[in-house]
Design a binder for this molecule. Sequence first.
Ligand SMILES: Cc1cc2nc3c(=O)[nH]c(=O)nc-3n(C[C@H](O)[C@H](O)[C@H](O)COP(=O)(O)OP(=O)(O)OC[C@H]3O[C@@H](n4cnc5c(N)ncnc54)[C@H](O)[C@@H]3O)c2cc1C
Length: 440
Amino acid sequence: MEEKFDCIIVGGGIAGLSAAMTLAKANARFLLIERGEFCGAKNVSGGVLWGSDLARLVPEYWEEDGGFERFVSHRRLTFMDEQSAFSVDFKSDHFKETPYTGVTVLRAVFDEWLAGKVQEAIDASAHPDESFLATDILVEEVVQEDGRVTGIRAGDEVFHADCVIIAEGVNNLLTRQIELEKEYVPGDHVAVGVKEVLKLDEARLADRFQLNGRSGLTNEFVGACSEGVEGGGFLYTNKDSISLGLVLGMNDLRDKGKTPYDVLNSFKEHPVVADMIRDAETVEYSAHVVSTGDIKGMPSEIYADGVMIAGEAAHLLLNAGKAIQGMDYAMRSGILAAETVVEAKKANDFSSRMLGNYRKALESSYVLQDMKSFQQAVHLLHRQEMFSTVPNLICDFGRQFFTIDGKPTPKASAMMRAAIKRHASYWDLVKLGLKGAKAL
Ligand SMILES: Cc1cc2nc3c(=O)[nH]c(=O)nc-3n(C[C@H](O)[C@H](O)[C@H](O)COP(=O)(O)OP(=O)(O)OC[C@H]3O[C@@H](n4cnc5c(N)ncnc54)[C@H](O)[C@@H]3O)c2cc1C
């Protein structure tokens, strides 16, 4: 008899591996196919993995050395103009409690570590010889028979399964092939992310960022970091390195005739950032497309007969200003898709009616609830004022407020009025403030 899996997972990124772990624990027979030489070889993130789903997959992962770099205990949001930086800074011991609510990761390390954990779960399952993690293989086609997905083709090989989970990431060619996403997602629904990993001695890094043990800092930036291009910057601390990067609007980059690496170089030269990365050596450079979190970029549907779409292939991502949430969304959607496979197997029903439970589960989870709740914030972030007027105004106010120069000091309200006068109109700010209040 021809071999048939309960499930085939395309993609060994966070969504695919989370689905695989869930299936292994449920003793399902599955095949995961990853095109990279190893899981994580092709993947890019800032990256902070938010939420606590990792502990669902690997309980007490924090007891181990591998996987994550640091847990997030210190958060900062910085508004920049050409010379200054004004930050909102929050540090709290409550972040030290496990399971952590945010950990920094380097994807080439993290994904490979998670793949190792999945292999351990396969080995401990009821069918250790019937589930596989296969790397260095490109899935070229999703096989369909009589309108339902029945497997995949890689080269000359066709593999069959009751169900396929497509977890191929943002460049969702296979999702488009089966017409769940009708066309290329236009430039206004995707951005380009560029990132450097800068090596810095662990003790120096801890001193510079006031880190204790495995605690870490996340710093988001808006304003001069993007040279007037729609977008923002980030700096995250790893064990002995810094992840520094930008997420920039694709259309705006093109319209302003800028290249991502030029903008990144100028971000690195900003006096505030230059101090943070001083003497750190660039050891890795990467770039990747990333969803903007606009719900309009999502496929027309995320399931059909015999198939479900998980992670960023379904454009599940939120960037509403305080963090990019793509990995936790990938993790949760991978888990929910796999749980749906397990239920479908019990009922021996892989029809779209049954797999629609995946969408229902996502709708009841924070993933689709937050994406819907914060759409206005996503759109607000793309307004020109958010990366020019607002940071300039805030820094102008900060400069006045913190300067003591032997002259009479105006009241803070007068300083604010002066800053507004220089950068915006009251009416525009009131409108923006109202929009902001509604969006958040
Ligand atoms: C610069 C940048 C910064 C970011 N920062 C953050 C952050 O701080 N926090 C956060 O939560 N998110 C962040 N994100 C978003 C996050 O990286 C993604 O949302 C997340 O990686 C999506 O996971 P995924 O598993 O869906 O897709 P991916 O991680 O892209 O994995 C897809 C996998 O599928 C494989 N694949 C694709 N096609 C095929 C095929 N045909 N055959 C076989 N294998 C295939 C790929 O090789 C890849 O391994 C950032 C993204 C960028 C670019």
